[in-house]
Design a protein around this ligand. Structure first.
Ligand code: SF4
Length: 233
């Protein structure tokens, strides 16, 4: 499992994949990466410290992901992230967060603002089609519309390559993401241990009709494989 990488293109930054106590939601039908978790806080900290020690501050910009939400990282790891930010002159940091924890974002922003670091929070919405998102993907965001979802967040992840998606629906999701969020990250569905399978025809349509339109857009990241940022397995 690779847990540290440097992204040199588009929005250059270092990225670390840390381990937390595990996603509390765990109900998204397509997801198995919440399995990267442990309740042993000391073991998590030791592993996370090892990866955080690789951060050099090359771009003064760091993304922290943990197969869940930042709230699931242990206290020692959180303190160590703050320390690394100070020591490596990080000025911008990204975290991921589920809708469940939106009330906790402000405190996190404040904690980092106090040391001069700007925070960006990414939410996995997967699609703005409410029925598909909630009744098929079980995202747990409820009835909130894009404007409400975006209010506490800065960036959004979308998931493409699922049966039922069309060129029109994917285009609409990206356009909605760009209208309400600073940045959009498109993940293409890959085979995993869940019963949700990538739909080859939808992926073909995405690659042919949507990908070329957005690949050069500086506000859009596209991960054809979930390891394209250089972390994960
Ligand atoms: S997609 Fe995110 S919120 Fe959903 S189960 Fe996986 S880790 Fe949890």
């Amino acid at each position: 499992m690779e847990r540290y990488s440097i992204i040199h293109e588009k929005n250059p930054r270092e990225i670390v994949l840390l381990r937390g106590s595990g996603c509390k939601w765990r109900r998204c039908t397509f997801c198995d990466y919440h399995l990267d978790a442990s309740l042993d806080e000391e073991a998590n900290f030791q592993l996370n410290k090892q990866e955080l020690d690789k951060v050099t501050g090359i771009y003064r910009h760091l993304e922290v992901i943990n197969s869940g939400s930042f709230t699931e990282l242990d206290k020692q790891t959180c303190n160590y992230i703050l320390r690394v930010c100070k020591e490596q002159n990080i000025c911008l940091i990204h975290f991921e967060c589920h809708w469940l924890y939106r009330e906790q974002i402000q405190n996190l922003r404040q904690e980092f603002t106090n040391i001069g670091v700007e925070v960006k929070i990414k939410i996995g919405v997967e699609t703005f089609d409410h029925d598909f998102r909630e009744n098929v993907l079980h995202k747990g965001i409820g009835e909130a519309n894009p404007m409400h979802i975006a209010a506490p967040f800065d960036e959004v992840c979308l998931l493409f390559g699922l049966g039922g998606q069309t060129s029109r629906s994917m285009e609409r999701d990206i356009q909605t993401g760009l209208a309400y969020f600073e940045r959009v990250c498109v993940n293409v569905m890959v085979e995993n241990s869940t019963p949700v399978k990538p739909n080859r025809e939808v992926i073909r349509i995405f690659l042919q009709e949507i990908y070329p339109k957005y690949i050069e857009n500086p506000r859009v990241d596209i991960l054809i494989n979930n390891t394209d940022f250089g972390v994960g397995a």
